[in-house]
Design a protein around this ligand. Structure first.
Ligand code: CU
Length: 459
């Protein structure tokens, strides 16, 4: 039984940490998610009104309003995440999913977040980009003790700056981020803001990356750069939902990067402006039109555009190996190598051997290769005209005239108006006319350099 003196000691400790004694009362219930499709926006049931975001293949965490404080409960725990149909990864995340749920608050809100650790090792949460008291910054060992397994810590601060933020552990960081521990945070402006325009659709996604060996389910946690699964919100194409909008909607997409490399994020079909960064809203005089914006490690970017062109527009990272799943790595270039009869000969020694890449790698997108269990094909996904030959960080922005306001459901493939699609030319193509001189004899002028294996001295 707690004595009166103990109670005051507890009260003093709590006050020193900036957490009111009320915070130590019963915890908010734990809300968990067990599905990987995009959940509809969470309309705020109380507090200041705002226009909620939609987290691609994710969800927003409900809160409890208690004496004017928004209370959330995050649980750090092992989770199973479907990366795409056909592959599940054993990750660490929050409240049943990786990434964790999006937290949405309004500028000026007092926010209290309970963090329960159900991992086998200690953790913390760092509120990336927030203005807050130093002791709430979540750096294990530096600003607070580590949260040990089984413990619950309470964070509390006022969301001072509107904008786009992330959260992630600042404890055994390489392991915990390689395992998928991260989430999104949006602080909406409390009223009309000179630099934050209202939008019709507001999407958010985190860039994350994993190193999962084909045939296995748990990421390698000591990988530093050579990841093989590149994901939006821990989903790889074709597992990533499309962004479905109505023609002429004003659209905002918020992107945060918690991988270990940069990602040039590219939109087809229309231009956007970067309206916000990790530091807040960008002055209007400093915005310029572009179709690709590079997002460095630890950065956040908000892009905005008016979706004034109907169609199915690709939206993806422009590093081509980031739109490819695990099987493509470590395959040698075989273009131009004559492999006639090779597969038959090798198949006598190794059943199921197949020649690969003789005419480029596109055959990989079409054939049903035998794959290890729990492994995604490297170039995959089907569109209305055949294989899309993509993977990883790729999805589609679907702009439709008849998409209803507030309807985020997939409208299916775009019906292109007759006469507006690239088409097969039925005639013959003449040989090129050379401006002058003889054509080089390609059979005798080839220069080659042969590199013989010489141990690992060349690394
Ligand atoms: Cu990338």
């Amino acid at each position: 039984m707690t004595s009166r003196r103990d109670f005051f000691k507890l009260g003093a400790a709590v006050a020193a940490a900036g957490v009111s004694p009320a915070a130590m009362a019963a915890l908010p219930e734990i809300v968990s998610m067990d599905r990987a499709d995009t959940r509809p926006p969470l309309l705020p049931p109380n507090g200041r009104p705002y226009n909620p975001v939609v987290t691609l293949n994710g969800w927003t965490l409900p809160w409890r309003m208690r004496n004017g404080v928004k209370e959330f409960h995050l649980v750090a725990e092992p989770v199973v995440r479907e990366i795409a149909p056909g592959m599940k990864a054993h990750l660490w995340g929050y409240n049943g999913q990786s990434p964790g749920p999006t937290i949405e608050v309004v500028e000026g809100d007092r926010v209290r977040i309970y963090v329960t650790n159900r991992l086998p090792e200690h953790t913390t949460i760092h509120w990336h980009g927030q203005r807050l008291p130093n002791g709430m910054d979540g750096v294990g060992g530096l600003t607070q003790p580590q949260i040990r397994p089984g413990e619950t810590y309470v964070y509390e601060f006022v969301a001072r700056r509107p904008g786009t933020f992330m959260y992630h552990p600042h404890a055994d960081e390489m392991t915990q981020m390689a395992m998928g521990m991260m989430g999104f945070w949006v602080t909406h402006p409390k009223g009309p803001h000179p630099l934050i325009d209202p939008v019709d659709r507001d999407f958010c996604l985190l860039l994350n990356a994993y190193d999962v060996d084909p045939g296995s389910a748990t990421p390698s946690v000591n990988t530093m750069l050579d990841f093989n699964l590149w994901t939006f919100n821990s989903r790889a194409f074709p597992g990533i939902d499309s962004l479905n909008v109505r023609l002429n909607d004003r659209v905002r997409i918020r992107v945060g990067n918690l991988t270990m490399t940069n990602h040039p994020i590219h939109l087809h079909g229309m231009e956007f402006e970067v309206t916000g960064t990790d530091g807040g809203a960008v002055p209007k005089s400093a915005r310029w039109p572009e179709v690709t914006t590079d997002i460095a490690v630890g950065q956040m970017r908000q892009i905005e555009f008016v979706a004034d062109a109907e169609g199915d527009w690709a939206f993806h990272c422009h590093k081509s190996h980031h739109t490819m799943n695990a099987m493509g790595h470590a395959v040698p270039t075989m273009i131009g190598v004559n492999q006639d009869g090779l597969a038959e000969k090798i198949a006598k020694l190794i059943p199921d051997y197949m020649a690969m890449g003789e005419r480029g790698m596109a055959d990989m997108g079409r054939m049903e290769m035998p794959l290890p269990d729990n492994t995604l094909p490297m170039m995959t996904g089907r569109g209305p005209f055949g294989p899309v030959e993509m993977g990883g960080m790729f999805t589609v922005l679907k702009v439709r005239r008849d998409q209803r306001r507030g309807d985020y459901s997939d409208p299916g493939w775009y019906g292109q108006p007759p006469g507006t699609r690239a088409q097969l030319w039925p005639g013959a193509v003449a040989d090129p006319v050379r401006a002058s001189g003889d054509a080089p004899d390609t059979n005798t002028d080839i220069e080659v350099t042969v590199r013989k294996p010489a141990g690992h001295s060349g690394h």
